[in-house]
Ligand binder design. Structure first.
Ligand code: SF4
Length: 163
């Protein structure tokens, strides 16, 4: 599987999750969190019909003259969202399109927060390194061990990993 935004996001969230998804063991449909995320994406997609685009293996929530925007339902894992967005910025740059990245968090009962991210040379190198690391991870015969962290309880793979 080609490294996409979901794999990049999962790599930072949990390497086991990345491996499972990359090896097509998908339990996302059972997860309330993923359903909420998809619902937000669908509402946003409806609103942004004219700006949403797909390039290669990525889907961009919104592209304006200045920003590529990615919408998230929570700011619980900013690092994962940040690297996902940086991958998107790289895919765009490879097509000759330069943009800044904007992360929008639309958490329930909270006001919307925004983070601006730019793809500089250092981050570009890092995205390339991580992409290689993900490719190598997916080639491993077995999934990495479970991580036993509180975030497991909200993960789509919880039952698969622990029950
Ligand atoms: S339940 Fe925990 S160990 Fe299993 S994939 Fe999810 S985050 Fe990783």
């Amino acid at each position: 599987m080609k490294v996409n935004g979901t794999l990049m996001n999962y790599y930072f969230h949990c390497k086991r999750q990345c491996w499972l998804h990359g090896n097509r063991i998908n339990l996302e449909d059972n997860s309330e969190d993923v359903k909420i995320g998809k619902a937000i994406h669908e509402v946003k997609s409806e609103k942004n019909k004219e700006t949403e685009i797909s390039i290669d293996n990525i889907k961009i929530d919104k592209l304006t003259k200045e920003y590529l925007t990615e919408v998230k339902k929570s700011d619980a894992d900013i690092e994962s969202a940040k690297w996902q967005l940086l991958l998107y910025l790289k895919v765009l740059r490879d097509k000759g399109i330069e943009r800044k990245g904007k992360l929008e968090f639309v958490e329930k009962n909270k006001s919307k927060s925004t983070i601006i991210i730019e793809l500089d040379d250092e981050k570009l190198l890092k995205v390339e390194e991580i992409t290689k690391a993900i490719e190598n991870l997916l080639l491993q015969e077995y999934a990495p061990e479970v991580i036993n962290e509180p975030k497991c309880k909200k993960c789509a793979y919880f039952e698969y990993c622990y029950i």
